[in-house]
Design a protein around this ligand. Structure first.
Ligand SMILES: [Zn+2]
Length: 258
């Protein structure tokens, strides 16, 4: 009698360990998901209110190391946490995606958001996007077939004047809520629930309003449409003149803080 093949634990890449990535990492680690953590920033005092894995004593430390220590203190096994002190970059995106079951994108800039969306679509990897600004947050899961995809809603990197999240600000609990919803969508997908994909969750903390917004695939989408123009990852496509800023588009926030 042959022995049953042990099932591999799911592996999720977290792009960014800010206000969205912190609660998501905590929830996924507690669900015994293997994590690939990507971030190249350090912990800052002014962000502690929304980056819940870090303490004042972590200020100045790499977020990766502080996050690992916090997750291990809460019971995660260190060998299930792989740390990469880098952003999600065009030159390494395909290599990173060869070995993950899902990507959770909690970055703070449009370039990374579009790069993650494109790379995951081309590699056939599901991705959960998240964003938050002021009292509003969004989270949604794009399935491996990529329809609807991030570009169905936000066609390309913004070129005009956009709202800046440094001036707009964000409520810490709203970011935490978005990160928790992102983790919930990821876990549902990893458990085989395909109904987690294809719609955007929007939350407005000022009115306590949670909505599920359906997104229709666009036939002329440059990524997932009938005649796509984005067929590979080219670095020039992700030069973000507004890195770190936030915007509003189609009534749903595209940008984020971390
Ligand atoms: Zn699309």
């Amino acid at each position: 009698m042959s022995e049953a093949v042990p099932q591999r634990r799911p592996r999720v890449a977290l792009v960014g360990l800010g206000g969205l990535g912190c609660p998501a990492a905590l929830a996924l680690a507690e669900a015994e998901v293997d994590l690939l953590l990507l971030d190249d920033d350090e912990v800052e005092l002014t962000n502690l209110h929304r980056q819940v894995l870090y303490e004042e004593s972590d200020v100045g430390r790499p977020k990766l190391e502080a996050a690992r220590d916090a997750l291990v203190r809460r019971g995660a096994r260190a060998e299930r946490l792989e740390l990469r002190p880098t952003r999600f970059l065009p030159e390494t995106s395909s290599e990173i995606l060869t070995d993950v079951d899902l990507v959770l994108e909690g970055s703070d800039n449009f370039a990374t958001k579009f790069l993650t969306a494109d790379a995951c679509h081309l590699a056939g990897v599901p991705v959960v996007h998240g964003a938050a600004i002021r009292w509003r947050a969004t989270a949604w899961l794009v399935a491996p077939d990529g329809r609807p995809c991030y570009r169905c809603l936000f066609e390309d990197l913004p070129r005009g004047a956009q709202q800046n999240c440094d001036t707009a600000g964000v409520m810490g609990p709203v970011v935490g809520f978005a990160g928790a919803v992102m983790a919930e969508l990821a876990l549902r997908w990893l458990q085989g629930d395909t109904s987690a994909a294809g719609h955007v969750w929007t939350y407005d903390g000022s009115s306590d309003r949670l909505r599920q917004v359906m997104v229709a695939p666009r036939a002329d989408c440059p990524l997932c449409g009938h005649q796509p123009s984005i067929l590979d990852i080219r670095e020039s496509r992700y030069l973000d003149p507004l890195a770190g800023s936030c915007s509003q588009s189609s009534g749903v926030e595209a940008g984020s803080v971390s």
